[in-house]
Design a protein around this ligand. Structure first.
Ligand SMILES: NC(=O)c1ccc[n+]([C@@H]2O[C@H](COP(=O)([O-])OP(=O)(O)OC[C@H]3O[C@@H](n4cnc5c(N)ncnc54)[C@H](OP(=O)(O)O)[C@@H]3O)[C@@H](O)[C@H]2O)c1
Length: 259
């Protein structure tokens, strides 16, 4: 049995991880991290009595084989340091990481295996493998990425949109792409080599990404959407299974799935 701890246990993704884990035969959620001072009375009622709720990361680390984090970049940074100090592998899906957060993940990955993915759905992992080929083959075509998420999403553009563009940028290394975030108002004539990223925020949309490639005469649109957060939770749990016995290092979800 793989024992996991959940950081961000009160959040939308934390709850989805608990929900999917409860339906597996090989994973048990045994601990969750809560914000210091938070009233956990209501949360407690929906959790197994044996699950430890704690505001001390080292206490959580002591109980688990792998820790799964969907929270906030500052908490992810603290979680990475605590995981490294305790020798516990970390699966993190938190987005909106700045350079300092990434540096902390790299540092911690010298001591424990860590997987960070802006999107833990299998569909996006497969799309990331296909996009370099498309961008290379359709080298003259314009590229735009449009993403839609629920109104409560904090960061924009989504980490997934950025990853999708990065995957295509690498395939067009000779003509580096310039990122343009939205267009206008005012003068916004498309320049050669631009790639537009467009963020839509409305309602309860779980996550939808469209990659659009177009020439003067034709176009191609590929859309991935998540029907529910369970898609991401399933992927994070699969990552937990696969990272458990890896050597220290910073892994991508694709790497864990396909190699
Ligand atoms: N990689 C993927 O596949 C994927 C998929 C969906 C979302 N995400 C990302 O995952 C993250 C969480 O998303 P969500 O929709 O679950 O957000 P959410 O519902 O707002 O949940 C955030 C969680 O983090 C906790 N948290 C935030 N700051 C904290 C702090 N300083 N100390 C302690 N706890 C703190 C919150 O606790 P409180 O309840 O106490 O505030 C809550 O449990 C975001 O970065 C989102 O973009 C990734």
């Amino acid at each position: 049995m793989l024992r996991i701890g959940v950081i961000g246990i009160t959040g939308r993704m934390g709850q989805a991880v608990l929900d999917v884990a409860a339906g597996t035969h090989d994973i048990a959620a045994v601990a969750g991290f809560v914000r210091p001072g938070r009233d956990t009375t209501a949360l407690r009622r929906s959790l197994p009595p044996s699950l430890l709720l704690t505001d001390a990361l080292p206490d959580l680390m002591r109980l688990v084989d792998v820790v799964i984090d969907f929270s906030h970049p500052d908490l992810t940074l603290a979680a990475a340091r605590a995981a490294a100090a305790s020798g516990v592998p970390l699966v993190t899906g938190t987005t909106g990481l700045a350079e300092a957060h990434r540096a902390a993940l790299c540092e911690a990955a010298q001591h424990v295996p860590i997987v960070h993915a802006a999107n833990f759905s299998v569909g996006i992992a497969v799309l990331l493998r296909l996009l370099p080929e498309l961008a290379r083959t359709l080298a003259e075509w314009d590229i735009e990425v449009i993403e839609r998420h629920h109104r409560a999403k904090r960061d924009a553009p989504s980490g997934t949109a950025i990853r999708l563009v990065q995957a295509m940028s690498r395939a067009r290394a000779e003509t580096p792409l310039t990122y343009v975030y939205g267009r206008g108002p005012g003068e916004a004539l498309r320049q050669p080599g631009e790639v537009g990223l467009h963020a839509v925020r409305a309602g309860g949309e779980v996550g939808r990404h469209t990659v659009l490639l177009a020439s003067d005469d034709e176009g191609l649109e590929i859309t991935h959407w998540a029907q529910s957060r369970r898609a991401y939770a399933r992927g994070a749990l699969e990552a937990a299974r696969r990272i458990r016995n890896r050597p220290p290092g910073l892994y991508s979800f694709s790497e864990l799935l396909f190699s």
